[in-house]
Design a binder for this molecule. Structure first.
Ligand code: PLP
Length: 376
């Protein structure tokens, strides 16, 4: 059988074991006589599935009862509006701070502007020279020390992994050091959710579309300190009011039941791998292998500031677009799927999420070497 490796940015690769288990349970979940897709979202079976998914996610993240953990819908994109509607009233002034580092943080900022006065706390919109290297807009990220925080902001928002540009903040900011004590810190973590073992002490909310690193498309995962919930604007639809979602344990209305079930299987798979610390080590090793190879040759280039290179999304180019197109064609023939870069960046992008084994990265590098030999 031909081996395929899927480098899609999202929806993306899922653990093979998870897909196999889902296949085995497709027609009859645990002797219930029903597929998970056919169950009532309020019945005993799905209640067990949903509660277990939530509990396993809490275990992975190490968050207790002071946090709400729930599944919503609309993707990370919907959160760009839902989040300000839920949180803008936290403080007087109706203002929030945004850090801009690429496509997704810019979209979040633009949408949020409809709900209050949004400030830019830091941005990589300008080209900049760092350590003698010239970086274009969105190929670098401002250091935490450069963030200019408004202490009266209702919250501070940033995207910790820009999926399109391949720009990541690997560490969390120290709120005291950046002058953000008392300002809730909110991260769009969509494309590296559950990829790193973070201490969430200084964080107040994380959200992620499931389809990048935590399951199939359909659910949006929200992890938020309960003390921030309860000041939702009246214009916000009830189904997106965090208080309702928390109180109903993700079942205020009919949730994307099958998607939650699949994410639950992914969480169990992650726990079996040894949790987030173990998966982070694997992710770092995979990313290092690929970046080291790219840096070892003049044939391929990644343009991101090295200290902010993403361990999940690795954009790269050859010398020109024609060669990129040839590379992509040959890759597909070798079973290396979905390597085309985002249209705004061009070239290639290898997304090497949790479920991509090191063997997939090695197969990609083997092909890159062969291609260079033929065209270098
Ligand atoms: C994919 C992505 C989004 C948008 O997700 P949708 O689920 O399509 O709305 C937002 N932010 C980041 C970082 C992403 O990777």
């Amino acid at each position: 059988m031909k081996q395929f490796w899927n480098f899609s940015a999202g929806p993306s690769v899922l653990p093979k074991e998870v897909l196999q288990q889902a296949a085995e349970e497709m027609l009859d979940w645990h002797g219930s006589g029903q597929s998970v897709m056919e169950m009532s979202h309020r019945g005993a079976e799905f209640t067990q599935i949903c509660d277990e998914a939530e509990a396993d996610l809490r275990k992975l993240l190490g968050v207790g009862d002071e946090w709400a953990v729930f599944f919503s819908q609309g993707g990370a994109s919907a959160q760009n509006a839902i989040l300000p509607m839920n949180l803008i009233a936290l403080k007087e002034g109706r203002t929030a701070d945004y850090v801009l580092t690429g496509s997704w943080s810019n979209k979040a900022y633009k949408e949020a502007k409809g709900y209050g006065e949004m400030r830019i706390a830091a941005s990589s919109a300008e080209a900049r020279e760092i350590d003698g290297v010239q970086y274009q807009a969105w190929q670098w990220a401002p250091d935490f020390s450069e963030w200019q925080i408004n202490p009266k902001a209702s919250y501070l928002h940033y995207c910790s992994n820009e999926t399109i540009g391949g720009v990541e903040y690997a560490q969390l900011p120290d709120k005291a050091a950046i002058g953000a004590e008392g300002v809730p810190l909110i991260l769009d973590t969509s494309s590296h959710f559950l990829a790193r073992a973070w201490n969430l002490e200084g964080v107040d909310m994380l959200y992620a579309g499931a389809q990048k690193n935590a399951g199939p498309a359909g659910s949006t995962i929200i992890v938020i300190r309960r003390e921030l919930i309860g000041q939702c604007e009246a214009i916000c639809p009830d189904v997106f009011n965090y208080k309702n979602l928390d109180e109903a344990r993700s079942r205020f209305n009919t949730p994307p039941t099958y998607s939650i079930y699949m994410s639950g299987l992914v969480f169990k798979w992650l726990l079996a791998q040894g949790g987030l610390a173990a998966i982070e080590q694997q992710n770092k090793a995979k990313a290092k292998r690929l970046y080291d190879y790219i840096d070892s040759t003049d044939f391929y280039h990644n343009f991101v500031q090295p200290s902010h290179r993403s361990i999940m999304n690795v954009p790269f180019v050859t010398a020109n677009e024609a060669l990129d197109a040839q590379f992509l064609k040959g890759a597909k023939e070798r079973g290396l799927l979905n390597l085309k870069g985002h249209k705004s960046v061009g070239g290639m992008r290898a997304s090497i999420y949790n479920a991509m084994p090191i063997e997939g990265v090695e197969a990609l590098i083997d092909y890159m070497q062969d291609f260079e030999r033929q065209h270098g």
